[in-house]
Design a binder for this molecule. Structure first.
Ligand code: HGY
Ligand code: MN
Ligand code: MN
Ligand code: MN
Length: 407
């Protein structure tokens, strides 16, 4: 195993310890104790590579290698939060790749013309505050300071309170000046089966699926499970269930490339002998075609609102809306060229997962590469990718970063 691969293995092992659910996958929620542990580790590695470390008002971490010029910077990294009981690679693989690209600049004592900034982004998954892509949306002005400060987790704790609780400075950071960003590069695991099936190690991401997230609240009336006649109930869970079971066919009729998922459902008061008076659930809708995504979203809203006639009250909050994105042509061709130069077989690929790169694509030249996911699995403890493939990606990103920073 070469030195680079060994370092990558060490980083993966180190970060994998920072989980709230040891032995049951990685659960690292934003501004949690586990976030703080991962944050400290990432900053340590940044400092060991001579990077100037700072955090913005959202808690995104930056490790900057100064250039001959003040800016704009080439950003390289990914997110370091996780889904509940997720894997060790979704996000961290990209942060680690960014760190090790900076490590190669450091080892070879390369001084770029434009600065290189390794970036570790917060709350991409939305597991704590809902919606997701929070760190990148905050940086690019897609999430206003007020909206950011208003966000609450399931326990009613706001972002600002949660930041303070772990000693982060909750000074709400303004959107970063887009002029200060020259490009954004991200390595990510594919989270699907294509690269593994094709036996190709590198995917150059061409497009990213559009995605929208809704949070639905259904309010009924609590009551005694034993003494309340069936015709005298307004049961929030039954109403929610009747609506939810109608959702999958909305995506199925749109054909492949359009999907809908209800991943989170909370029942209140959640007593086995109490008629539920409130249910809160999420709807995640994705499509490669924006019109189809909108179509499914509108029909889902109709179904939810039609539940009102059964004596419950429903409300819908849009937590995220991202249209499908094409990534930057020029960066894509550099990634292809550098892969070819290094003799690495690669293929163009579409992403069915959302990523921070799709947010940065609105303000700068964004590029993304994938490595294979074992059995195409992700968002589960079985998620695994080969450190050897991360090392290969680092080599491609190093050459690309040199080109983009004018090194
Ligand atoms: O949900 C997604 O596509 C990403 O993993 N946040
Ligand atoms: Mn991810
Ligand atoms: Mn993910
Ligand atoms: Mn070259």
């Amino acid at each position: 195993m070469d030195e680079l691969q060994r370092k990558i293995e060490d980083h993966i092992k180190a970060l994998s310890q920072f989980t709230a659910t040891p032995d049951e996958g990685t659960t690292r929620l934003t501004y949690s104790k586990e976030d703080l542990q991962a944050r400290a580790y990432i900053k340590e590695v940044m400092k060991s590579y001579g990077l100037v470390v700072r955090e913005d008002g959202f808690g995104n971490i930056f490790g900057k290698l100064e250039g001959e010029l003040e800016g704009p910077s080439v950003l390289i990294g990914s997110h370091f939060d996780s889904v509940p009981h997720g894997g060790d690679y979704d996000g961290p693989a990209g942060v680690i790749a960014g760190l090790e690209v900076a490590g190669l600049f450091f080892e070879k004592n390369i001084k770029p013309e434009y600065p290189l900034e390794v970036i570790a982004l917060i709350e991409e998954e939305g597991s704590r505050f809902g919606g997701g892509l929070m760190g990148s949306r905050g940086m690019t002005g897609k999430l206003s300071e007020e909206d950011f400060a208003r966000l609450k987790d399931k326990g009613g704790i706001t972002t600002v309170e949660a930041m303070k609780a772990i000693g982060l400075n909750p000074a709400l950071s303004k959107q970063r000046d887009p002029q200060s960003i020259k490009a954004f590069l991200e390595l990510h695991i594919e989270q699907g089966p294509i690269l593994e099936e094709k036996e190709i190690k590198i995917g150059i991401v061409e497009s990213i699926v559009g995605l929208t997230q809704l949070e639905v609240t259904v309010e009924g009336k609590a009551g005694h499970a034993g003494t309340t006649p069936m015709d005298a109930r307004s049961d929030a869970l039954i109403a929610a269930a009747e609506a939810i079971t109608q959702l999958p066919k909305l995506a199925i009729v749109e054909g492949s490339g359009t999907v809908i998922t209800v991943g989170q459902l909370n029942v209140f008061p959640n007593g086995s002998n109490v008629i539920p008076n409130k249910v809160v659930f999420t709807i995640d809708i994705r499509s490669t075609v924006e019109d189809k995504m909108i179509n499914v979203m509108e029909k889902a809203k109709e179904i939810i609102l039609s539940a009102n006639k059964t004596g419950v009250k429903t409300s819908i909050e849009q937590q995220l809306y991202m249209e499908p994105k094409y990534l930057n042509e020029e960066v894509r061709s550099i990634l292809k060229e550098e892969s070819t130069d290094l003799g690495i077989q690669h293929t163009s690929i579409h992403s069915g997962a959302g990523h921070d790169a799709m947010v940065f694509a609105d303000v700068t030249a964004a590029g993304m590469i994938f490595i294979p996911s074992k059995d195409g699995l992700s968002h589960c403890p079985e998620e695994w990718s080969d450190a050897k493939d991360i090392a290969t990606a680092v080599r491609i990103l190093f050459e690309t970063a040199k080109k983009l920073t004018g090194a």
